[in-house]
Ligand binder design. Structure first.
Ligand code: ATP
Length: 199
């Protein structure tokens, strides 16, 4: 599904609210070293649920909030929004336009929103599951990622194929069903023990 807009506000070097429009075809972002090109892909990863500060080149998640510059004070909040054209319902959400927002305050509080409604991180992950654009998918290839994939373990590589084949959602459902089944079996064993005690 087409990503139409990326709105970055207070994330890393983007102290001012900045909107990037993605039109049909290829969008290239050019700029000198250190101008913030990688910060844009990191903003994308972050809003899709990235929880490892290291992946975003920080020690702590709060490092993603604009830390101030020579002329500007640090900010207390970072917010990134993605807007998708979902007319073809490629995202599991019944709306033509889907916006996904993540917000982090310096206090450590964080919020996720889908179409401006508060949701859980789990809902964001489920929304992107099997869409081909989850935080670990090959839709975002950062510097050094190709080498990393070539050197990865077979299990890690298998996960990439599963994501591309769109089976992750079913895998997650299978795992949930298996865990439910295991719990039910435990209950059954307990009931059988009780019945034996009563006999
Ligand atoms: P290159 O072409 O060298 O890879 P780039 O255009 O990809 O560079 P980035 O790595 O995205 O640049 O941006 C790095 C810049 O972001 C640095 O100037 C750094 O100081 C700034 N930066 C990173 N985190 C923050 C933050 N929390 N607050 C303010 N600025 C930040």
């Amino acid at each position: 599904m087409p990503l139409t807009e990326l709105i970055i506000d207070g994330f890393k070097s983007f102290a001012d609210k900045t909107t990037i429009h993605f039109n049909d075809g290829i969008t290239a972002i050019v700029g000198p070293n250190g101008s913030g090109k990688s910060n844009i892909t990191e903003a994308l990863r972050w809003v899709m649920g990235e929880s490892r500060a290291k992946t975003l080149r920080g020690d702590n998640m709060k490092d993603i909030i604009f830390a101030g510059s020579q002329f500007r004070k640090p900010l207390n909040r970072a917010e990134v929004t993605l807007i998708f054209d979902n007319k073809k319902r490629e995202l599991r959400f019944d709306d033509d336009r889907v916006s996904v927002t993540r917000r982090l305050l310096r206090s450590g509080d964080s919020e996720y929103l889908i179409n401006k409604r508060l949701v859980r991180l789990r809902d964001i992950k489920e929304l992107f599951m099997d869409s081909g654009i989850s935080q670990n998918s090959l839709a975002i290839i950062s510097q050094g990622r190709v080498d990393q994939i070539l050197n990865s373990k077979p299990e890690e590589r298998k996960a990439l194929f599963e994501e591309a084949a769109g089976v992750l959602h079913f895998k997650a459902q299978k795992e949930a069903a298996e865990s439910q089944l295991a719990k039910t079996n435990d209950n059954l064993i307990r009931i059988n023990d009780l019945v034996k005690e009563l006999e």
